[in-house]
Design a protein around this ligand. Structure first.
Ligand code: PHE
Ligand code: ZN
Length: 896
């Protein structure tokens, strides 16, 4: 038996052997395909044995003569045989990333035995231990840390997996597909064999073993098949599964009704694990979830968490078709599954909650976080053309911008035709690994539209900017709208081509307040667009002429946020106040309010910088007064309307970010409104108080958010009655949404006399519940007071904190660096130093998380010189370390 023990520890790479990029243009089909994979795991914390038998055959499209090369990392090879014949030294080669067999036959059964160490796996990729439970994470390239394999998404095989484990320690043994056999073994062990009949790439493989309890339910599919649904959790979490199970059933039904997609196995399982890098993973038949994305209870989870769980459960379930049945040819096509699936989960959440609020929230997120990414050093196209480390590309651009592109296709085609395109895509490519061209090709085919120019959305990075201006010609009753587009240069892409941008518009009559009928002067004569229509901007600059415009209009542009662009129009403040009142498009009415607030904030930011007195624009106060006095919207939308743009969003709008001025200006507006409209906010609070038993439904959620928005205004001026209401709300302990809102407002105020005992009580009450302690961490480290950084350091030593758990890292470090802008950007550089210390440590423990948490440091270009220097110095300090490919790629881009 050969023993080629390789790479137990991560190797130290020589400086000249820096990680190299992979290019899309180099894609080649694999030399071999795997028709069937048999796996046998003998689980042990430090020495798990993995026995693999791969049924391989030469790929018909591969170049002849290519050797058989398998991926493999951190594996200790114990045995290797072809068709039962042990391989001799010299017949194969092993290095730290591959196993090569130069003279393999065209058809073979390759057997290997490797030993792996799940307990030492802190990267949480491959097979690892979480709270004594074995679990796997294979996307994107984790399977190669389990066994030697053709670990690429275009190699799809059926799997048969036997899991062996200690009967007492590991009573539950799960993998993909259906359980076909189970039994007892000597030495107190037992086994279960699972068969997955659907060919799948290795990234969808999953295994879970541990002391788990299940909640079970059933779903009858549209063709009348019964599917068993199981949610597996640790016993103390059994009371937190109801909402996820309900969401799962709703998702299954929605996908049948909306996309005609039916589930295809008899069993669907979800497992909650505590240590997980991302939100969740769509492994075939066995979804693995970060416990934060599946567990909820009214006493422990906020409304936001309930909605997130609903969305993530739907997202992973929807992947069963958009991702699993039809998968990606290579990782450059990642948005093929992620963009489409985010679009599907956003539509689902819109259907089951408040649709306008869902759109407002999704767009806010896109415009702050994704736009910032697209404007920074890590900007990349929705389909990148190269990468060093694919796990760095699970980004807002791939997911959120990718979803916006699919949404534009839906809008260009109309729902019915889009659905036909989707049906064609699933039918034609079922069981295959395909490309973005294949998807868009189906949409072009069913619609007859030419989508060639549209494809640039996938290849060009950067957020397009549209400068719009309009002129009303009284004499001729014409309105001329000129749109000029430009996409800024991004790293590696200095020159951009014009995109095909759908711009939904309306013209709102200034006298009537109504949408005017749109008659567009086109090359083939007049075209009637109704009251709201889509303009197709394809050139650098285009003028659209509307005729028969009976009264002077205010244009309502980019309705529903019809394209992921920045649109500028020289609106006067009266125009915005007018749109806020009259726009028939709910999204644009909200956006008019945001634009109006932004104009006022711009003035105040300038005043703060110049050290002159801050003067509030009375039009903003009046707009808020009318929202409060004559509420015309549903409560959910009203709560959004009353929420000021976040500091992060305001920062995105500034040429140079002045964190202190932004913070001061926003506080000033908030306090001004609170003082001016104090009684209105108070009665809004009271009108939305309720002791009804908690339910995470749209009606109640809207009520709570409205009430808590009102409370936040009152607390911004520490109004005595407001403080008392916050105290009572905390004491009542009615549900976590209200408790957390009150606690946050108290902790972020100067009322330590109330906040400190409340924090203490909360921390003691929930010491046993890590997901609640995460909220306790976040609340404290986001406080604007100058002691926040010391709190972070202090809490890093708290027994409930661990750098090894990604949720803890996000709750404590992520919240501080991402949400506490004034303190992270302290002028003494201590915030930056804290982050780089954490990155350096995580680089060793968990490179994926290290490469994500570092993001705020990479945005140094946006700040003043002093901060730039401090941030760059920290990036240099990180660069001097022995870096994982993940952190290396990000730091190199940031300093390029
Ligand atoms: N594919 C997962 C999703 O979006 C995300 C994920 C990627 C999870 C990589 C883990 C690792 O649903
Ligand atoms: Zn996904």
């Amino acid at each position: 038996m050969s023993d080629t023990r390789v790479s137990e520890q991560a190797e130290i790479k020589p400086v000249d052997a820096q990680p190299q990029p992979v290019y899309l243009k180099d894609y080649r089909p694999p030399a071999y395909r795997v028709t069937h994979t048999e796996l046998k795991f003998d689980l042990s914390a430090t020495d798990t044995q993995v026995h693999a038998a791969l049924h391989l055959e030469r790929h018909p499209d591969s170049e002849p003569g290519l050797p058989l090369t398998l991926h493999g990392e951190k594996l200790s090879l114990k045995h290797i045989a072809i068709d039962g014949q042990e391989l001799q030294e010299g017949e194969y080669q092993v290095d730290d990333a591959t196993l090569t067999i130069p003279e393999a036959p065209d058809r073979l059964r390759l057997e290997t035995v490797v030993v792996i160490d799940p307990q030492a796996n802190t990267a949480l990729e491959g097979l690892y231990l979480s709270n004594g439970m074995f679990c796997t994470q294979c996307e994107a390239e984790g399977f190669r840390r389990i066994t030697y394999y053709l670990d690429r998404p275009d190699v799809m095989a059926t799997f048969s997996t036997t899991v062996i484990g200690d009967r007492e320690q590991l009573p539950v043994l799960l993998s993909n597909g259906n359980p076909v056999e189970r039994g007892e073994l000597p030495n107190g062990k037992h086994f279960v064999t699972w068969e997955d009949p659907h060919p799948k790439p290795s990234y969808l493989f999953a295994l879970v073993a541990g002391q788990l309890e299940k909640v079970e339910d059933h779903f009858t599919t549209m063709s009348g098949r019964d599917v068993t649904l199981q949610l597996w959790v640790e016993s103390e979490n059994l009371d937190k599964t109801e909402h996820a199970m309900r969401s799962l059933k709703a998702s299954m039904k929605w996908d049948e009704e909306t996309y005609g997609r039916e589930y295809d196995l008899d069993l669907f399982m979800i497992v909650a694990v505590n240590d997980f890098n991302m939100g969740a993973m769509e492994n075939k038949g066995l979804n693995i979830f970060n416990s934060a994305a599946v567990l909820t209870h009214p006493q422990t989870a906020t409304d936001g968490a309930f909605q997130r769980v609903e969305g993530v459960v739907a997202h992973e379930y929807f992947h069963n078709w958009s991702g699993n049945r039809v998968t990606c040819r290579d990782w450059f096509q990642l948005s093929l599954k992620e963009g489409f699936t985010v679009f599907r989960d956003q539509s689902f959440s819109a259907d089951v909650n408040s649709a306008p609020v869902k759109r407002i929230q999704d767009v806010s997120f896109l415009r702050t976080a994704q736009f910032a990414e697209d404007a920074g050093p890590t900007a990349h196209p929705v389909r990148p053309d190269h990468y060093i480390e694919i796990s760095n590309f699970y980004t807002l651009t791939i997911y959120e911008k990718g979803s916006e592109i699919v949404r534009m296709l839906r809008n260009l085609l109309g729902w019915d035709t889009f659905r036909k395109g989707s049906d064609l895509y699933f039918e034609r490519f079922d069981g295959q690994a395909v490309t973005i061209e294949d998807f868009v090709g189906c949409m072009a085919e069913v619609s007859g539209l030419d989508l060639d120019q549209f494809m640039r959305w996938y290849s060009q990075a950067g957020t397009p900017e549209i400068d719009a201006h309009g002129e009303y010609d009284y004499a001729n009753g014409e309105y001329r709208l000129t749109l000029r587009q430009r996409t800024p240069a991004t790293p590696g892409q200095p020159d951009k081509q014009p995109l095909h941008i759908p711009v939904r518009v309306g013209l709102v009559g200034t006298k009537s307040g109504e949408d005017l009928t749109l008659t567009l002067e086109g090359p083939e004569g007049k075209e009637n667009l109704g009251k709201d229509g889509v303009l197709h901007l394809r050139e650098d600059e285009q003028t659209f002429v509307f005729t028969n415009v009976a009264e002077a209009p205010v244009p309502s542009l980019l309705r529903g946020f019809s394209a992921p662009v920045k649109l500028r129009f020289p609106y006067g403040r009266e125009d915005l106040a007018f749109l806020l009142q009259n726009d028939s498009d709910g999204f644009n009415r909200w956006d008019a309010g945001q634009r109006l607030a932004m104009l006022a904030l711009d003035d105040l930011i300038a005043a703060h910088r110049n050290g002159v007195e801050k003067v509030m624009d009375p039009r903003v106060t009046e707009a808020f007064r009318s929202l409060l006095n004559e509420p015309s919207d549903d409560k959910a939308v009203l709560a959004e309307m009353l929420t000021l743009p976040s500091e992060a969003y305001i920062a995105e709008q500034q040429p140079m970010v002045d964190v202190d001025a932004i913070h001061a200006a926003r506080n000033f507006v908030k306090q001004w409104l609170a003082v001016s409209l104090r009684d209105e906010f108070l009665s809004l609070y009271r009108a939305n108080q309720s002791d009804a038993p908690y339910a995470p439904d749209a009606e109640q959620i809207a009520q709570r958010s409205l009430k808590n928005v009102a409370l936040s205004y009152l607390m911004s001026i520490e109004d005595e009655e407001g403080v008392e209401l916050a105290r009572q709300q905390f004491e009542a302990q009615h549900n976590m949404t209200d408790v957390r809102a009150a606690l946050t407002l108290l902790v972020h105020s100067s009322r330590g006399d109330i906040a400190d005992p409340a924090l203490r009580a909360f921390g003691e009450k929930w010491a046993h519940d890590p997901l609640v302690m995460d909220q306790w961490f976040s609340v404290q480290v986001t406080r604007p007071q100058s002691d926040a950084l010391d709190r972070v350091k202090y809490l890093m030593d708290h027994p409930a904190f661990s750098l090894k758990n990604p949720n803890r890292v996000r709750a404590l470090i992520g919240a501080f660096v991402g949400q506490n802008r004034v303190n992270f950007h302290r002028l003494d550089g201590e915030g930056y130093k804290l982050l780089s210390d954490v990155v350096i440590e995580l680089n060793r423990l968990n490179p994926e998380i290290a490469a994500r948490i570092i993001t705020p440091l990479t945005r140094w270009q946006r700040f003043d010189e002093q901060r730039q220097a401090l941030m760059k110095a920290e990036l240099e300090r990180i660069r001097a370390e022995d870096l994982s490919p993940n952190v290396y790629e990000v730091v190199e881009k940031a300093l390029a």
